[in-house]
Design a binder for this molecule. Structure first.
Ligand code: GDP
Ligand code: MN
Length: 381
């Protein structure tokens, strides 16, 4: 579960990590008022869960009330990388001399948490990581002991952080590690961690991902979940109990079982299509679950066709087929072509039962995927 910037900064502030003064606003009036209260210059920042908001026009620095109003009008309601912006964080602007990057995550290869520091923070850190990995200093942590202060100092000095702010940066890194461990985070990232002319270090951005399996022992963070579920479809998926990930393509994918869905995804890609989502509806294929799954995929504007890959195991193919028919009949119209591939127990019987007025049935997965990909291509011509 990914926290919004304003939520993560709240958690940082509680832990004593310096963040700028800020107010969350959902209307232009609120934003302008917040800006006046905080005092100019302020930064107005779209609260959506994507990286690179700055480059995409979701962040503006303003010097007075008039431009605060213009910026808030432009950003509130904007569509940022497919997400609707309905709130902005109005924040005291930091007059920085340098942008650092610090983070803590799990290094699965090493089986250890790792703390990271770079003096090349700011909007291009991904490029730095790809082109010059050495510019990001990594310090592995023994989880039994935590990040020792000397380790944090070593990482900060190795990265080449200015002497004047090195100790403060190191202690922020230590605090971030403690937060990471205490709050069951999978990832914490501060980019940029801004250094000011008078030698202060302050978290200007905050990314915090929480391990969903640990939410039961993080009630305070769990309470933020509903608000944090930025994507409407992801919120729906939570409600239905599906595993869902939105992707950028136009072929919708539904299956029962994560492996089956992944395979379908790979094949869509292989045949030149682009997956619109990962959607695993889990065991069986009761009409209710199928209806919910179709409802989700149909309501995704990006989807042009749907491939439904079902394996009849304990739930037999004929039962699955009945579930699919029943689900399809609940829709007044089928807005996007659906291709079904059914395998496993009683697959033959199932395929005979499927209502071919409503769906296209293919015998093999390859055929089903190719058909769905060509429908999706056709929709764009
Ligand atoms: P992201 O693009 O979504 O990662 O958003 P960030 O919060 O990291 O902001 C992107 C960039 O906006 C930063 O690297 C800064 O260059 C600029 N920015 C953000 N906050 C401030 C601020 O308080 N003062 C100034 N001068 N620039 C800021
Ligand atoms: Mn950032």
């Amino acid at each position: 579960m990914k926290l919004h910037e304003y939520q993560a900064k709240g958690v940082f502030a509680d832990a004593g990590i310096p963040v700028p003064d800020s107010v969350l606003a959902s209307t232009v009036e609120e934003a302008v008022e917040a800006a006046e209260d905080i005092g100019f210059p302020v930064v107005i920042k779209a609260q959506v869960q994507v990286g690179g908001r700055g480059k995409a026009g979701g962040i503006e620095i303003v010097e007075d009330g008039e431009s605060a109003r213009e910026a808030a009008e432009a950003i509130l309601g904007m569509d940022l990388k497919g997400l609707h912006v309905d709130r902005v964080l109005v924040e005291a602007a930091v007059d920085f001399t340098n942008e650092l990057y610090v983070g803590v995550t799990m290094d699965r290869g090493e089986g250890k948490p790792v703390a990271m520091v770079s003096t090349r923070g700011g909007v291009n850190i991904e490029e730095v990581a790809a082109e010059e990995p050495g510019a990001i200093v990594r310090e592995h942590v023994d989880a039994a002991f935590g990040l020792h202060p000397y380790q944090a100092r070593k990482a900060v000095f190795d990265a080449g952080v200015d002497q004047d702010v090195a100790i403060d940066t190191a202690s922020i890194l230590t605090q971030l590690y403690e937060l990471w461990a205490e709050r069951d985070a999978t990832e914490i990232e501060v980019n940029p961690l801004m250094v000011t002319a008078d030698g202060e270090v302050i978290a200007a951005d905050a990314v915090m991902n929480i391990d969903e399996d640990a939410l039961f022992r993080q009630p305070e963070l769990e309470a933020m979940e509903e608000e944090a579920a930025g994507d409407e479809l992801e919120a729906k998926a939570n409600e239905y109990g599906f595993d869902y990930v939105r992707l950028s393509g136009n072929t919708g994918i539904i299956g029962n079982g994560a492996g089956l869905v992944m395979t379908t995804l790979d094949l869509v890609d292989y045949y030149g299509g682009a997956p619109a989502n990962f959607l695993d509806i889990g065991g069986g294929a009761k009409a209710e679950r199928v209806t919910n799954a179709l409802d989700m995929v149909f309501s995704d504007e990006n989807v042009d066709s749907v491939v439904f890959n079902i394996f009849g195991g304990i739930t037999r193919g004929d039962e699955v087929a009945k579930g699919i028919n029943e689900a399809l009949e609940r829709f007044e119209e089928i807005p996007k072509p659906v291709v079904v591939r059914l395998a496993g127990t009683n697959a033959e019987e199932g395929m005979e039962i499927l209502n071919t007025d409503l769906v296209t049935v293919e015998k093999t997965l390859e055929d089903a995927v190719q058909r769905a990909v060509s429908y999706a291509e056709g929709a764009n011509q």
